[in-house]
Ligand binder design. Sequence first.
Ligand SMILES: Cc1cc2nc3c(=O)[nH]c(=O)nc-3n(C[C@H](O)[C@H](O)[C@H](O)COP(=O)(O)OP(=O)(O)OC[C@H]3O[C@@H](n4cnc5c(N)ncnc54)[C@H](O)[C@@H]3O)c2cc1C
Length: 260
Amino acid sequence: MSTRQTAETIVGAVDDLEYTVLARTPHTPNIIELELAPAGERLSYRSGQYVVIGDPDRALPVRSYSLANAPNPSGRINVLVTEVPGGEMSTWLHRGLRIGDRVLVSGPYGTFVADPGADGPVLCLAAGSGLAPIRALAEDAVRRAGAQRFTVLFSARTQADVMNMGRFASWQRQYPGLRFVRTLTGQAGEPPLGRLPGLLPALFGDLCGHEVFIAGAPGFVADCARAARGLGARPGHLHTEEFFHEPWPWSAPVAAQGQQ
Ligand SMILES: Cc1cc2nc3c(=O)[nH]c(=O)nc-3n(C[C@H](O)[C@H](O)[C@H](O)COP(=O)(O)OP(=O)(O)OC[C@H]3O[C@@H](n4cnc5c(N)ncnc54)[C@H](O)[C@@H]3O)c2cc1C
């Protein structure tokens, strides 16, 4: 696997570490969680970063996946994978991969990380597998400071698309500063209901003192970022991770677009 051209300067990333599939857990009709254990050298990363995953035969295009857990001594990593209809890598990860199989992991990449010195309130907005880097950031916050003033707003279409409720409910019981709220966009039920950008002003009057993290599909991230800016979220304190579709191989014009 060659080093990918991205807008970011990548420091300390390593290519093609071998990982073994330890567990495969379905969370929603189209999202599974994979737990991967290092077969040899392990990845060193920060919560919120992503890796690039490839198949051992190098037959499929490699794709980016955010890590869903904070670093831990076992070196195990977790990813949440949405199955994209007709998608080469996500279909293989969902349907082709078996427990005990190997994958190639390269990384870490990305700057969707918390400033260790920041101690203000944190608001995280996620949809679908965008919950992955947010979950890692929440786990990190819980470990470091008991997650003081840490709110996660998770957008799902229906109740069947809500995931990790048990994990967040348990953190919430242990750490009163952490709050997990789900909203449904396509089903009646317990409030809050509706899309997050529209709900945000009612939930948060002013975001100017917040660190804001938004992850998910590009349209979701753009709409939420606009809403957050409208509520005073400051540049430099508004962090976004867009799960955009990656052409492969990367070409110069595409890399240039990403820098705009
Ligand atoms: C920084 C970053 C982090 C990411 N993290 C995650 C993650 O944690 N979990 C995760 O599931 N994905 C994540 N993605 C998206 C992932 O990298 C792949 O793009 C996705 O899995 C689709 O790859 P594929 O090979 O299955 O589909 P492809 O073969 O690349 O695409 C097949 C078809 O589906 C369309 N398509 C591709 N992606 C999407 C999409 N997301 N929605 C709708 N249509 C699509 C394409 O335009 C194409 O027509 C991330 C992307 C980036 C850039």
